[in-house]
Design a protein around this ligand. Structure first.
Ligand SMILES: C[S@@+](CC[C@H](N)C(=O)[O-])C[C@H]1O[C@@H](n2cnc3c(N)ncnc32)[C@H](O)[C@@H]1O
Length: 389
């Protein structure tokens, strides 16, 4: 038994929390999207560190090129296991490039936000409007006190899941809009600092009307069956859960887009990260130390549907055998029984992006690596998508 096998055998029982009691089934055709934001530039209510809004059109280009091939005719389910601000999902669903999407994130704050925004939109809009009227509009010490309140707030034992989720979603929205770079993590401070002497104070990113419009868009996507469900789950539970709950779509009508935390320093940006120096990572389990390797192992041998992976460009990703040195996905026996292929090629492309917050470079351009098992012959290479050997 190798190191990875022994870790897997000691993995905790999967814990997957969906919007309802059970993962939502796809029962009928999705309805038409009529919300004007479907074509808008800014669709996510969250400002997310490392958000991939600039990458979304490129992911769309990859999927569009694949769906005109005979192998992948249509993407019925697009899965984002590291959803964060979900900018890619919102763009691709809105543009009609994929039919439906499933969002998942291991951070309970982020997952609760998407669950409530999707399925209890009006309640969240009321809560967020109230926070804005009472605290953000007042500004100064009142807004700062509220920021401290939400930073210290924790779920109350004995409160129902419904109550708890609504408060978590409100906390996520408040802190995301009022904290430096939208970082929900304990080290980042309020926009404008404690002194609030800058022209950009704590409320400068908390503009109510656009936020309400974006929340309404999320509710519309859920009501039309375009956002199928939101799971609070670790990536492994999400990928396994999709294979279990949406079996009839496998292998060619599901595509996963994975945007895991950065290889280095992600502990500064996310409450849930793969970073071994992040104290929150200890909440997951000791396996989190090897999550980049575990994810690579899973994608190279266990995936039962096609995937696209994005990472901040790092040579180690392409050189390390435990990561993505191999250009081939070789399904293990279980996956092969379903996929009916011996191997899928892993195609590599690099893209230059402008990040909102990059761990390496701050604001400004950064190089992103894209890896995919979409049919190799369909993956474009052009000025934006450069071939990587
Ligand atoms: C790079 S961000 C995703 C950003 C997203 N693509 C966007 O455009 O906003 C990574 C996300 O992964 C989540 N995450 C960290 N560890 C995870 C795990 N083990 N399983 C699932 N999600 C995890 C973090 O909470 C964070 O939201």
């Amino acid at each position: 038994m190798n190191a990875v096998d022994s870790e897997v055998s000691q993995a905790p029982e999967p814990r997957l929390t969906a919007i309802g009691e059970r993962p939502r089934k796809i029962t009928s055709d999705a309805l038409e999207i009529t919300h004007p934001l479907a074509e808008g530039r800014y669709q996510s209510p969250l400002r997310y560190p490392g958000a991939k809004s600039a990458l979304a059109p490129i992911i769309g280009e990859l999927i569009h090129a694949a769906t005109v091939s005979s192998e992948v005719q249509r993407v019925d389910l697009f899965v984002e296991p590291f959803a964060g601000g979900a900018s890619t999902t919102l763009r691709l669903v809105g543009a009609g490039i994929v039919e439906r999407a499933l969002l998942a994130d291991a951070d309970p704050l982020v997952a609760a936000f998407w669950r409530v925004a999707a399925s209890r939109t009006a309640e969240l809009i009321d809560r967020v409007s109230d926070e804005h009227a009472r605290y953000i509009s007042a500004g100064g010490v009142t807004a700062l006190d509220r920021w401290d309140y939400w930073r210290a707030w924790d779920s109350k034992p004995g409160s129902s899941r419904a109550e708890n989720d609504l408060e978590l979603a409100t906390k996520c929205m408040f802190l995301n809009r009022t904290t430096f770079s939208g970082i929900l993590h304990g080290q980042a401070g309020p926009i404008g600092g404690r002194a609030q002497t800058s022209a950009y104070g704590i409320g400068c990113r908390f503009t109510l009307d656009p936020l309400v419009e974006r929340l309404e868009y999320i509710g519309h996507l859920y009501d039309t069956g375009r956002i199928v469900d939101v799971w609070c789950s670790d990536w492994r539970e999400t990928l396994g859960g999709v294979a279990t709950h949406y079996k009839t779509l496998l292998p060619n009508r599901v595509v996963a887009y994975l945007d895991p935390p950065y290889l280095s320093k992600s502990g500064k940006l996310y409450r849930r990260s793969f970073d071994r120096t992040n104290k929150h990572a200890a909440d997951l389990d000791w396996m989190s130390m090897f999550q980049h390797e575990n994810l690579a192992e899973y994608l190279r041998h266990k995936m039962q549907f096609r995937w696209i992976l994005s990472y901040d460009f790092d040579d180690r990703l392409l050189q390390d055998d435990a990561l993505y040195a191999s250009k081939c996905m070789r399904p293990d026996d279980d996956a092969r029984a379903l996929l009916d292929v011996k191997a899928w090629r892993i195609v590599r492309r690099s893209v230059i992006l402008n990040y909102t917050a990059s761990s390496k470079t701050g604001r400004g351009p950064a190089q992103e690596l894209l890896l995919t098992t979409l049919p190799a012959g369909t993956v474009p290479s052009n000025d934006r998508l450069r071939v990587v050997d």
